[in-house]
Every structure is written in C-alpha cells, then in structure tokens.
Design a binder for this molecule. Sequence first.
Ligand SMILES: [Zn+2]
Ligand SMILES: [Zn+2]
Length: 213
Amino acid sequence: MIDLTKFCDLGREHFKEPWSYGEHSFATDGRIAVRTQRDQSVSGKELHRININSIIQEAESKPRHDWATPPLAIGNTYKCARCKGEGCVYECAECNGLGELTFQTSFNTYNIECESCCGRGRMIRDAWLNTFGAFHNLIKFKLECDMCCGTGVIAEYDRVKIHGCTFAGKYISLIGELPAAQISVSEDSIGISLFRFDGGVGALMPIMPGYGE
Ligand SMILES: [Zn+2]
Ligand SMILES: [Zn+2]
C-alpha cells in the first residue's frame, strides 16, 4: 500500500491525516492531492476536507501534455536544525510544552515566557538533560520532531520545470517514488497537472509564475 501520510501536512488540521470515502482513500497537503484504491488501514473520515474527486475530474477535462515519466528531482539533504538530526525533541518539563507560564495573584493573571525552553515548548536532548535531567525521566517527554517528521534530515529540492510549468521539487520527488509513476502536465502553466501510478491518481498544483522568485 502507498504511504498516504507523505502527502499530508501534519501542521494543518484539515490536512494532517489521510481519509477514506467510498471506494477510495485520499490525502492532500493543499498543493498535492492523491487518491488510491481504498486502504482499509486508513480510517480517517471525510468531513470538511477538499473534494479531491472533483479536482481530478476538472484537471482531466482540461488540455494536458502526454503522460510521461517524471524527471528526477535534484536535491540536497541537511541535518534538521530543530532536533539537530536526532529526529525527536523533548517537551519542556517546566511549562508542559506550552512555552509560557501563567501566574495568578488576587488582582491579575500574568503570562510569562518560559525561560527553560525560551518560549518554544520543546528542547533538544542536551538542553533538556542539563535543565531537568536530575528531576525527570527524559523518555516520558520524548516527541517526534515535526520539522523533519522524525527522520532527522530535511531534504531541499530544486524547482522542476516541465513543459513550461514549474513545480516544487519535493513533489516531483514524491511522485517519482510511486510505482510506475507518470505525469501529465497542464498545457496552461497555472493549471492543475495530473499524475498516475499503480493503484491511484493524483493532482499537483504548479508554482505560480513569479511566485517566490
Ligand atoms: Zn518551557
Ligand atoms: Zn527534526
């Protein structure tokens, strides 16, 4: 089965998990969307997420270039700056991960930034051990790093241009990992392109011309 969580955005409520509806399972992060045959292990329900069927249908009705193997995305990997490559971070034991502390007097309520974690709520291993190691058990505070999704590395890809459409390289790389992947690029440089693979289809938004240049 395809790992649909790779197409999600963990940081956004509507996009943080795949869901199943009818005969299919779906995932999207808002820029890439994917639909597979129903995966019984995907239990999330369709509630308020975007309608991927209609996005795919609309892209199918517009002029597109022929199906082709996606090009290789060129990229580099870096050690994750947030977790220093460990893949996990540790919840601050002073503020319980909130980044701030609340005090009440008879007259007022005060919110102050937590000094142990500098307001971040999370700490790397060494800093945590130096601060709390004598008082708490590190393991209980361990969390997956949400910047690198627990991998310890961040991959940065160059943009990829296909038939005049520009795409974020990370998506072309993601599509390239799918079995027997092919992409059919929109003839309109701001239109939605389609991709297909063994077991599913998907839609990909281009980077709008001039955006972030
Ligand atoms: Zn703190
Ligand atoms: Zn990390």
